[in-house]
Design a protein around this ligand. Structure first.
Ligand code: KG4
Ligand code: ZN
Length: 363
């Protein structure tokens, strides 16, 4: 089975070809990414209109190059997959229209992929993780704990009450004068810093730590940091490094605390489950991976996090999700819509902030 995957939901244009022989291991035959960082950097975040135009400019040639590198033609494909949500609508339309056109012209099935499901299933591409597993999905727009019981079968145990973990990294980086995206910038700066060394008026909070449940909150951390930075005035490189280390530690501890509660739930509900999986851009963070690995080991679970390049947005995860769905005959019509909002667990409670944003946008 050979599937082309196209990812255009945010600020990375990506195209990949993944091949899989029956139930055997999958091979990533091509995995190309065109980052739009330089286009968005002057604005300190992703500008949706710029993203949509950049996807339009890059996607076509990226798809051609991915097919050439994988040494396949559209006729050799078994399916064409594209992320059709959730994400920025302009980019989603660009990627899904290219995929639909290719699928139609080559007479192949189209696969409308949920970007979050693609993150969720990546550990099965890289490490053959069997269902059910506990997933900590941490990206720029989402922070969720989910039980993954099968393809298309996800149950949310917890979500963020305000910011996503990646958003917390991005906003904190901005507050201490580091660039976008903030996660990698904070990780780099933290490497030469020491948590606890910067004299904070009050330690950064670990929101909801010690409370029941599996929800997250990061806005208190951001507010405490803003106050501390305002009081401190100009920050030299050593202070930035120490603050970055403090922020990284606080976010990791907050994530680990909530994940520990989720492990308890997961083990009660699924004693047969063996793995804790981390996915999404924030799962690229080395300190977090170490923290979660220790947590999983203490609970007798295997910890799996895909290589960093497959944690952040990429085309291989879309192609792989396409293979998983194609195997089950879950193909889509060419009328499949692009969906800015598309929760993995429709019964889960979405982020209240997102709900507020959507209500405000509707007004
Ligand atoms: O999954 P992703 O690439 O895109 C979304 O679907 O959102 O995640 C992007 C997020 C950004 O907020 C970025 O700051 C964060 O992942 N991130 C990291 C690291 N690399 C990316 N956060 C912490 N440490 C990292 N090394
Ligand atoms: Zn993502």
């Amino acid at each position: 089975m050979i599937v082309l995957g196209i990812e255009t939901s945010c600020d990375e244009t990506a195209a990949a070809v993944v091949a899989c022989d029956g139930d055997g291991p999958a091979v990533i035959r091509a995995n190309l990414i065109q980052s739009q960082l330089s286009e968005h950097a002057p604005y300190g975040g992703v500008v949706p209109e710029i993203a949509a135009r950049a996807h339009l400019a890059y996607a076509d040639s990226l798809v051609r190059r991915a097919l050439a590198e994988a040494e396949v033609s559209p006729d050799d494909l078994d399916g064409v997959a594209a992320a059709t949500g959730p994400g920025l609508i302009g980019g989603l339309i660009v990627g899904s229209m290219i995929a639909k056109a290719l699928a139609w012209a080559a007479g192949k099935p189209f696969l409308a992929i949920n970007h979050l499901e693609a993150h969720a299933l990546t550990a099965r591409l890289t490490d053959f993780v069997p269902f059910p597993y506990l997933l900590l999905l941490i990206s720029g727009g989402h922070t969720q704990l989910l039980v993954c019981a099968g393809v298309g079968n996800y149950r949310q145990l917890g979500t963020t009450l305000d910011d996503a973990a990646g958003e917390a990294f991005d906003k904190a980086a901005k507050l201490i004068g580091l660039g976008y995206p903030g996660g990698p910038a904070i990780e780099r700066a933290a490497a030469s810093g020491v948590p606890g060394r910067f004299p904070l008026p009050r330690a950064l909070p670990r929101p909801l730590k010690g409370r029941n449940g599996c929800d997250f909150s990061f806005s208190g951390l951001k507010t405490a940091l803003r106050r501390a930075v305002e009081q401190a005035g100009a920050l030299g490189p050593a202070s930035v490094a120490d603050l970055a280390a403090e922020i990284e530690l606080a976010i990791c501890e907050a994530l680990a605390d909530r994940t520990a509660n989720a492990i308890e739930c997961f083990r009660q509900q699924h004693p047969e489950g063996t793995s804790l999986v981390a996915a999404g851009g924030v799962a690229a963070n080395t300190r977090l991976r170490r923290t979660l690995a220790a947590l999983a080991e203490g609970a007798g679970l295997r910890f799996v996090a895909p290589p960093a390049a497959l944690c952040t947005d990429n085309g291989a995860m879309i192609a792989w999700a396409g293979i998983e769905r194609l195997r089950l005959g879950l193909t889509d019509g060419l009328d499949a819509p692009a969906r800015p909002r598309w929760p993995l667990d429709p019964h889960g409670i979405g982020s209240p902030r997102l709900a507020r944003d959507l209500t405000a946008a509707a007004r």
